[in-house]
Each structure stands twice: as structure tokens, then as C-alpha cells.
Design a protein around this ligand. Structure first.
Ligand code: MTE
Ligand code: MO
Length: 333
């Protein structure tokens, strides 16, 4: 691991000297100056600055997509594509931020079938790559807030989950939607080893209440920055729920099941006192081990990594707060 990091950082320093010099200046200012020589082996220290740039340039071929752009465009500063693609959580590929980009490049994402079943009049199987052609894709620029208190702004491409689900004719008994990630230990080293996979019992599962699933902000994403998703971002299809913590955005989905009862969710199964089913972004409810009042926004260049206040519902309160009227959000975290 240390050797691999050394090599990658070496390469990066040669190709992008200005970034390196800036970063060194910043490190000095923060009191890391003397430790520079030891830095390359300590990816964790670089993680302070957004964990950017450590991963190898992706070899995975992303295809350009045709999509409608957003009008008006939200007034948000985008996280650079390179950072969206190299600072990831996808424990199936390992728990370090750069593991998904480094270990995901050989993932077989085509063809891909997505099953929709459960409380629906017309269960079905979707060929995701065919669906991409006819879905009427649109760009959605959303904030993303990870429960670990870092955030990004990502130009997703996708379609509304609600509109997608309608074609399967949900029954009146459908109260929740359960999602499942591919289970394939041959492709996911984290599913082979509990240590690499962060102690999660795979497959990764997630869920939404029916009204959350049908909300027009809720997206099934098949791309970002104009192209199809890379494995590390959840290729070929993943969920994006912008007012909830990032872990709700389950990646590489193979099954969607409409159900009557609240389905189990991976992080809640792992630590129910720390991660609830709802997981709405809420600066007023701290994680038991850290504050959720602020976040580290990952922007362009090491110097733009800045702390900013976290917004209720991640800034989407106007659109979604009404889904939770009368609910105690401290209890239903
Ligand atoms: N299957 C699966 N989906 C997952 C995760 C994961 O480990 N496995 N991590 C989640 C977390 S914690 C976050 S913050 C987002 C990160 O998405 P990104 O890497 O595309 O930014 O994916 C979520 N979806
Ligand atoms: Mo996360």
C-alpha cells in the first residue's frame, strides 16, 4: 500500500508541480511542514485536504450521454470531476477513499439488469443500458453531504425514481422501497473479506419511504459530468437523494423491491445508534462521535477545501420538509 501511494504521489508531483507547491505551503502553514518527507506514506494526512488526486487516472471508459440541462442552473460551485472520481465511499472495493477508484477499474458493468418486484402490478426486469437511451436523461446539480462531514456538489445525470417506478404500477400496499447492490465477491474484494469490506454484511441494502422515493428530487443516476458513471461512483446505476446523508445513495443497484414494512438498511444494521433509517441531513442532530453542524466542502485545489455550515435537509428543506411534518427528527434520525 505504502509503495503504491509513493509511486502515485511521485507521478502527481511531476505532472502538477503547482498543486504540489501550493499544498506544501498549506501544509507548512498548518504545521505539517517538517513532516513532508514522510507524507507520501500517510494517505490519511492528505485526506485532510479532500483526499484528492491520489488515485491512478481511471482506465475505465465512460461513455458520453445525451441529456437535458437544468434551467436555471443552481448557483453552486461544483466539485471538480477528478475529485468526484477519486474520493469515494464504496466499501465493496475497500474502505479507504482511494480504494474504489484504484480497485474498481475492472468492474463488469455492461450488460446490467435491474429487477423491480414486490408490491407492483407489473414486476419487471430492466436492461439498464437500453433504458438509458429512452429514459429522457437530465442533469441535476445537487449538493452531496456525507455523514462523515465532508461534502461535494455533483452534476449528476439521471431520471426521477418516482417516474421510473410508476411504470411498474405500485400497489396500495407499497409503503417503502428497498434497494440492493450487486453481490459478487469475485468483483468486490470487500465482499470476500470482512476486514477489507468494513465489517458490512453484503449485499449493501438501502431503503426509502414511498413518498421519499416518489419525490421529484430523488434520482436514479446513470452518469455525472456528462458521461456514464465509473465503477467507483456506482456504475451503471445508483440512487441519489440530495437531502439525505450520502450513505442512502446506494450504488450499483440490481434490485428494487416495493414493500409494506420498513426495510433493513446497511448502516443502521451496522450501528443503529449512529445511523438511522431516515438519515436526513440535520445540523441540529450530531453524530454520537462528531458534530454535524459544519462540513468540509471539497472544491477545486487544496486551498479551496473549506468548512461551511451544514444546512437542514442539506439545503432542500423548502422542497422536502413537509414530508416530515409532525415527526420528531431527533428521534427519527
Ligand atoms: N453499495 C454501496 N453504496 C454506497 C456506499 C457503499 O459503501 N456501498 N457508500 C455510500 C456513502 S457513505 C457515500 S458518501 C456515497 C458516496 O458516493 P460517491 O463516492 O459517488 O461520492 O455512496 C454511498 N453508497
Ligand atoms: Mo458517506
Amino acid at each position: 500500500m505504502a509503495n503504491k501511494n509513493l509511486g502515485l504521489l511521485g507521478e502527481q508531483f511531476v505532472t502538477d508541480e503547482s498543486t504540489y507547491l501550493n499544498r506544501r505551503g498549506l501544509l507548512k502553514a498548518l504545521g505539517f511542514g517538517g513532516a513532508m518527507a514522510a507524507m507520501p506514506a500517510q494517505a490519511g494526512v492528505f485526506d485532510l485536504f479532500g483526499g484528492d488526486d491520489e488515485a491512478k487516472s481511471p482506465i475505465f471508459q465512460r461513455k458520453p450521454l445525451a441529456y437535458k440541462t437544468q434551467h436555471p442552473k443552481p448557483d453552486l460551485i461544483l466539485t471538480p470531476e477528478q475529485k468526484v472520481m477519486t474520493h469515494n465511499n464504496f466499501y465493496e472495493f475497500g474502505t479507504a477513499k482511494t480504494d474504489p477508484a484504484n480497485n474498481g477499474q475492472g468492474m463488469q458493468v455492461e450488460p446490467w439488469t435491474l429487477k423491480v418486484e414486490g408490491e407492483v402490478g407489473k414486476p419487471g426486469t430492466v436492461d439498464v443500458w437500453q433504458w438509458m437511451q429512452k429514459a429522457g436523461l437530465e442533469e441535476r446539480i445537487y449538493r452531496m453531504r456525507c455523514v462523515e462531514a465532508w461534502s461535494m456538489v455533483i452534476p449528476w445525470i439521471g431520471f426521477e425514481l418516482g417516474k421510473f417506478l410508476q411504470q411498474f404500477e405500485p400497489t396500495s400496499r407499497a409503503k417503502y422501497v428497498a434497494f440492493e447492490t450487486l453481490y459478487d465477491p469475485e468483483q468486490f474484494p470487500g465482499q470476500k473479506s470482512r476486514r477489507l469490506g468494513g465489517g458490512i454484511d453484503y449485499p449493501y441494502v438501502e431503503g426509502l419511504r414511498m413518498d421519499e422515493a416518489m419525490h421529484p428530487l430523488t434520482l436514479l443516476s446513470v452518469g455525472l459530468y456528462g458521461k456514464t458513471l465509473a465503477p467507483q461512483n456506482g456504475a451503471p446505476i445508483r440512487l441519489v437523494v440530495p437531502w439525505k446523508y450520502g450513505f442512502k445513495g446506494i450504488k450499483s443497484i440490481v434490485k428494487i423491491k416495493l414493500v409494506e414494512k420498513m426495510p433493513p438498511t446497511t448502516w443502521n444494521l451496522l450501528a443503529s445508534g449512529e445511523y438511522g433509517f431516515y438519515a436526513n441531513v440535520n445540523p441540529a442532530v450530531d453524530h454520537p462521535r462528531w458534530s454535524q453542524a459544519t462540513e468540509r466542502f471539497i472544491g477545486a485545489g487544496a486551498l479551496s477545501v473549506k468548512r461551511q455550515p451544514t444546512l437542514p435537509f442539506n439545503g432542500y428543506g423548502e422542497q422536502v420538509a413537509s414530508l416530515y411534518t409532525g415527526m420528531d427528527l431527533k428521534k427519527f434520525y
